[in-house]
Ligand binder design. Structure first.
Ligand code: SF4
Ligand code: SF4
Length: 151
């Protein structure tokens, strides 16, 4: 018996992946869709538990991925070049992990074969995020959270 070939995320760099492979790499945690606040004096970025208005809080996926840039003007695209520059991208993020030379974790749907494991492992924002549209825009600091425990 010959061994199974290694999966694409172990053999390809981010820039070598096909469109479908790139999209499949997203673990569906929703962390990158949380609002960030920047201290104008220090440049420090603070994470909040407020999610973009388009985030489906149950699935932790964008509610309109195709039209996201039309509907949310500051929605950033992640690409192989920007991964290292986006300091707020969590260490658990599959793109950051591969960029840093790490493997995917057991809870990643590509590894587990189950899209629920990212939620069961406590990696996703399910259960604690709330939509930005439900928050008072004058009180955003109230929603600042500690950085996540990383995996
Ligand atoms: S943080 Fe990374 S893995 Fe998680 S939803 Fe965003 S792009 Fe996908
Ligand atoms: S538009 Fe979609 S992908 Fe962009 S931040 Fe909002 S929920 Fe996330």
């Amino acid at each position: 018996m010959s061994p199974l070939p290694a999966p694409f995320w172990q053999t390809k760099k981010l820039g070598e992946m096909s469109h479908d492979e790139w999209e499949a790499l997203c673990d569906g945690c929703g962390r990158c869709c949380l609002l960030k606040l920047e201290d104008e004096d220090t440049g420090e970025i603070y994470l909040t538990k407020l999610a973009c208005k388009l985030l489906d809080l149950g699935q932790c996926r964008c509610g309109d991925y195709t039209k996201r840039h039309e509907l949310v003007h500051d929605c950033l695209s992640i690409d192989p070049e920007s991964v290292k520059a986006l300091s707020w991208l969590p260490a658990s993020c599959a793109y950051r992990r591969i960029s840093d030379g790490r493997d995917l974790a057991w809870w990643h749907p590509l590894v587990s074969g189950d899209p629920e494991t990212v939620h069961r492992a406590g990696i996703s924002v399910r259960g604690f995020a709330r939509l930005e549209t439900n928050a008072n825009s004058d009180e955003l600091e109230r929603y600042i959270i500690e950085n996540f425990n990383e995996d």
